[in-house]
Design a protein around this ligand. Structure first.
Ligand SMILES: Cc1cc2nc3c(=O)[nH]c(=O)nc-3n(C[C@H](O)[C@H](O)[C@H](O)COP(=O)(O)OP(=O)(O)OC[C@H]3O[C@@H](n4cnc5c(N)ncnc54)[C@H](O)[C@@H]3O)c2cc1C
Length: 401
């Protein structure tokens, strides 16, 4: 069933909110007039999210496994084609759908990282790929048959500075020879397609690697992180690829990648907002049921105020998230606003995690309440210095190093 039919069928079923929580009203609103694209995604997703509740995610986290059943269910519903034009088998549904999708997955206690990657990384191919590349791969990406989960950019020495890559692409007749060492690369062991950033004579250049073809020439070693992010280091030694593997003109790799960053930031903000709302939902419920000293803990201002502060910050971050989505859909520049949305949402989520820990006390560290897992997952959103640099430079006009 395609996305549209799936959504219509499910919209006709019970209200997703009631189905999911059994509650009369959810404690948090988006603080914004109902958005039909968002409502449709929520209606369609409710039953799937019920099937894959927080305990499913706790098991994936504990076993360090790829969430295959969940990933396939989202693929069957058609969401992987959200940014792919219909001509290549996608739904071309846009940023709002993607944003609500990842928020709702996280709000239900899940982890949208794999879905986010499959939806958004292929945008680089949509925007800059050749007709042959798009026809060959995008329909499979849209259906989920072809996993496209990975961008390999970061290196051990240059870190955040992608202008100083040591990985190289050397012209060799009608093709290229690649040598690369990458670190902290998400989902590399689970993907079929990977975008590799390397330095050619002309400057940074993107290559599309099909690991079904060249996987045995890409050495991978897992890097275990506090959050279950399935990252690896990669080594590529004298790998020859045809020129048809290049994405975009040689020398424009970083610029091509950056064209996708507005969407990636707003999706990261949406994931963080989803996590924060999950933690708020859990904390409010706990504060209303847990008693100490003969009273509900929720009557204490020491419990209430951190939750109130977190709530206010999440709502504010959400408003700027929607502002970015409006700008994206309206074709306006959203570079600085998207950076602000990501910074504000990740900080709001971090503060919410702290409020949740205060609410749950020692039980916040026990895996059965999912707070500790969200604490660990939340660590991946808090690196914002380069976004602050961007806001300082482009938003405030401050002097640049
Ligand atoms: C969970 C996770 C998943 C990741 N997945 C991927 C992936 O799929 N693909 C990929 O290519 N990379 C990935 N990365 C790598 C990530 O992009 C890098 O961690 C990031 O680019 C920074 O590089 P670094 O960790 O080497 O930090 P460094 O570059 O060494 O920086 C260290 C600290 O200094 C700060 N800093 C550096 N320069 C400046 C400056 N000029 N101004 C202010 N502060 C500065 C940084 O913000 C950081 O906080 C992932 C990282 C994590 C944690």
């Amino acid at each position: 069933m395609g996305l549209v039919e799936h959504e219509s069928a499910l919209r006709a079923s019970a209200d997703w909110k009631m189905a999911k929580t059994g509650a009369k009203v959810r404690p948090m609103s988006s603080g914004r007039a109902p958005d039909s694209a968002a409502d449709e995604v929520r209606a369609a997703l409710g039953p799937t999210l019920q099937r894959f509740g927080p305990d499913y995610w706790r098991e994936q986290d504990a076993a360090r496994t790829f969430p295959t059943a969940f990933f396939d269910a989202i693929g069957e519903a058609g969401y992987f084609g959200t940014f792919i034009p219909e001509a290549y088998g996608g739904a071309d549904a846009g940023a709002r759908v993607a944003s609500v999708l990842v928020e709702e997955i996280n709000r239900a206690g899940g982890d949208a990282a794999t879905v986010n990657a499959q939806m958004s990384i292929c945008r680089t191919l949509v925007l800059h790929g050749t007709e042959e590349q798009k026809k060959r791969y995008l329909p499979g990406v849209a259906s989920g048959d072809v996993r496209f989960l990975t961008v390999a950019a970061t290196e051990p020495d240059s870190g955040a500075n992608m202008d100083e890559l040591a990985s190289t692409a050397r012209r060799d007749g009608d093709g290229w020879v690649l040598n690369a060492n990458k670190v902290l690369i998400s989902l590399a062991e689970h993907t079929r397609l990977m975008i590799l950033l390397a330095r050619a004579e002309e400057g940074t250049t993107l290559f599309l690697l099909d690991l079904d073809e060249v996987g045995d020439q890409v050495e991978m070693h897992p890097i275990d992180l506090v959050a279950h992010r399935m990252t690896s280091s990669l080594f590529i030694d004298e790998l020859r690829v045809p020129d048809s593997r290049r994405i975009g003109p040689a020398g424009t790799g970083l610029a091509c990648l950056m064209r996708g960053f507005v969407i990636r930031r707003v999706l990261a903000a949406s994931e963080a907002i989803g996590n924060a709302r999950f933690l708020l939902d859990q904390s409010i419920e706990y504060a209303k049921t847990r008693k100490t000293f003969g009273q509900l803990i929720g009557v204490n201002q020491g419990i209430q105020y951190p939750l109130v502060q977190a709530y206010a910050r999440v709502e504010a971050a959400d408003m700027i998230r929607w502002d970015v989505l409006d700008r994206v859909d309206g074709g306006q520049d959203a570079v600085v606003r998207s950076a602000m949305a990501k910074v504000l949402a990740s900080e709001a989520a971090w503060e919410t995690t702290r409020a949740a820990l205060t609410t749950f006390g020692g039980w916040g560290l026990a895996s059965e309440y999912h707070v500790e897992r969200k604490l660990r997952e939340g660590t991946v959103y808090v690196f914002n210095n380069l976004l602050m640099n961007l806001i300082a430079d482009r938003g405030l006009g401050l002097p640049k190093k």
